[in-house]
Design a protein around this ligand. Structure first.
Ligand code: GCB
Length: 615
């Protein structure tokens, strides 16, 4: 018994170590390389014929039937039963579902192929292939050899391309993308959003010197109960790839602050600690960013970083030492007008401008890490961000492998965005059903998140039990003990009773912590008007928001904000009312054409009032 326990513990430790072993290269924007965005040829392969033989065994690496190998016929007698052609192309980045009618409801395997030429700038340099995100599993092959595989549909990853494999011309790059849902994946089988498949974010080659700066984190030290004197103390680290035995010297410079300092690197991670003077702090009202340069003898990287502190002090959330009320909105990474995943600068601009128009100072990017362009834009527009991993509903909490998968996504999310001033909350999940197994699972994620980043707040969206609602509702989910911010989703008036139920309902928590409403909302079909008792009318939704807001006015003094559900209508296969839903979740404040519904103005007025109160 003891042996089994030890084995189990060793396995758990090994899995945890694995999850931390992150190979991700960050701040790739300014690095030399080659964009592989654009048209890729594809083969749709629901039976995975390009991967398995007729006995359902994985094909051998050199097999002519394998879709990762060349599709060229060497002579006219050769039998080829697959081929990439310009007749079948998909745009990258982009989900496949919106690009052709035959993909509308497709979940399965698609092989993507791109040919490219590449000449390295220096013979000694190294080349990586970087993917912003592929949903869900990616198997990547170059010139017939597998470079690696990755699971997790919303986070970036990269693989090094060995010199022996990279040719100057006509490289044959193939990615097998599979977005089938499984019970033991993250997310699991059941979600209230459409499972868009494909290479949904950018792809590029990144060329770096032999020794290079893989990643760095530069943030203000967490403040101590709002003591502003500490705010110019910076802490962080630089992660080097391939440090020589005699070490290396790293220089950090922030020209605008006339700051420059050198650090000696003896290992691959160089700890940083320094003070800055006359820093203009980042905030939604003044989203000041500084160019920060990190350089070694052979490499340099840069980022635009805002400096701010975020902490919980008693019942408040303090931003730069002062209480902040979060006027938020939940957002899906989707452009409803084109029924597709969001990925571009313009998409981010559209979504965040909508939030700005509503009067938000915060966005909850639900329920998975959104594209990097949106967190970068939140930095420059001045919006606080809640960023989340897709640990959603009924994940297989008892499965250690699932925990490992969730940790890997958490790690990639935090690694990608740990320099974003806008991101103030890492969320480890949404509406996970209470049980001790689930609480241990979530606690383990929280511990991991703190290990990776102790400068930000950790939370998770908890749920309420509608059948047990009464006038005084107390959030006592045991997970509350481990989070910084107690956040819960409530749909009083939609899933529980009618909106007037809000008149007598009150909320509080047993935890002496700030309380946040991470979701509330009701559905309305844009343009459908009726009396306020008619479900799915704009008037019902408007009434819902009015009653909710009156209820908010009675919230206890630890109430620190709200991110209603949701900015836009979004595609969901679970929403099948043939008149009002037609495959759409209609809780958007904007409809799928971008029109504002009546409830938009109710929330906008409340936010205006709250903003005036704070200033
Ligand atoms: C929730 C979920 C969200 C759903 C929403 C709804 O609580 O967190 O993903 O879409 O409710 O509309 O029911």
């Amino acid at each position: 018994m003891k042996k089994i326990y030890l084995l189990f513990t060793a396995l758990t430790i090994a899995l945890t170590v694995n999850a931390q072993d992150n190979k991700l290269i960050t701040t790739i924007q300014n690095r030399q390389g080659l964009s592989l965005n654009g048209a890729w040829q594809y083969i749709i392969d629901p039976y995975e014929t390009g991967f398995y033989d007729y006995r359902y065994k994985e094909l051998s690496e050199k097999s002519g039937d394998a879709y990762w190998n060349t599709d060229k016929q060497v002579n006219k007698t050769e039998k080829k039963e697959h081929g990439y052609s310009d007749k079948n192309t998909l745009q990258v980045p982009g989900d496949w579902n919106h690009q052709e009618q035959r993909f509308e409801y497709y979940e399965g395997t698609v092989w993507y192929k791109k040919s490219f030429d590449y000449k390295k700038q220096a013979a000694s340099n190294r080349v990586f292939i970087y993917f912003g995100a592929v949903n869900y599993k990616a198997d990547v092959y170059l010139n017939g050899k597998k470079l690696g595989e990755h699971k997790g549909g919303f986070t970036p990853f990269n693989f090094e391309i060995p010199d022996t494999l990279l040719k100057g011309t006509d490289n044959f790059l193939v990615v097998k993308v599979d977005n089938k849902r499984y019970a033991d994946e993250v997310p699991t089988l059941n979600t209230d959003w459409w499972n868009y498949g494909g290479i949904t974010r950018e792809v590029k080659l990144v060329e770096v010197p032999k020794l290079f700066i893989q990643d760095f984190m530069i943030q203000l030290k967490k403040a101590d109960h709002g003591k502003l004197s500490k705010q110019s103390e910076v802490e962080g680290w630089v992660k080097l790839n391939n440090v020589p035995a005699d070490g290396e010297t790293i220089t950090i410079s922030i020209p605008e602050l006339k700051f420059e300092k050198q650090f000696k690197a003896n290992g691959s991670v160089v700890p940083l600690n320094f003070s800055l003077s006359r820093v203009k702090l980042w905030s939604p009202d003044s989203p000041k960013l500084y160019t920060v340069n990190v350089s070694s003898k052979t490499d340099k990287a840069e980022d635009k970083i805002g400096f701010r502190t975020i902490e919980v002090a008693g019942k408040q959330v303090l931003l730069n030492g002062s209480p902040v009320f979060m006027r938020g909105i939940s957002i899906h990474g989707e452009i409803p007008q084109e029924i597709r995943r969001a990925y571009s600068y313009n998409d981010a601009l559209q979504l965040l401008n909508q939030a700005k128009e509503l009067g938000c100072n915060m966005v909850r990017l639900a329920h998975y890490p959104h594209d990097e362009t949106i967190t970068r834009m939140a930095d420059s527009l001045g919006l606080l961000v809640w960023s989340e991993i897709p640990v959603y509903w009924t994940i297989d909490f008892k499965n250690q492998q699932v925990l490992t998968k969730a940790k890997a996504q958490l790690n990639e999310m935090i690694t990608r965005d740990h320099n974003r001033a806008s991101v103030i909350i890492w969320s480890v999940g949404n509406e996970t059903p209470v049980s001790s197994t689930r609480t241990d699972f979530m606690h383990s994620l929280i511990t991991e998140a703190r290990k990776l980043d102790h400068t930000r707040l950790i939370s998770a969206a908890l749920e309420v039990n509608y059948s047990a609602l009464n006038d005084q509702n107390v959030i006592d989910d045991p997970l509350g003990e481990f989070v910084d911010l107690v956040a819960f989703n409530e749909y009083l008036g939609w899933y529980g009773g009618l909106p007037d139920k809000c008149r007598t309902t009150n909320w509080s928590t047993i935890y002496n912590k700030p309380l946040f409403i991470s979701e509330t909302g009701g559905g309305a079909k844009g343009g459908f008007h009726a009396d306020s008792l008619t479900r799915f009318s704009e008037e019902y939704q408007e009434w819902y928001y009015k009653e909710q807001i009156s209820m908010l006015r009675r919230m206890p003094d630890n109430f620190v904000g709200i991110s209603p559900w949701v900015l836009n209508d979004f595609r969901s296969p679970k929403r099948n009312n043939p008149i009002y839903q037609e495959g759409w979740n209609r809780k958007g404040l904007y409809d799928d054409k971008g029109n504002k519904k009546k409830a938009f103005y109710i929330l906008q007025a409340y936010y205006k009032e709250m903003q005036e109160k704070q200033s």
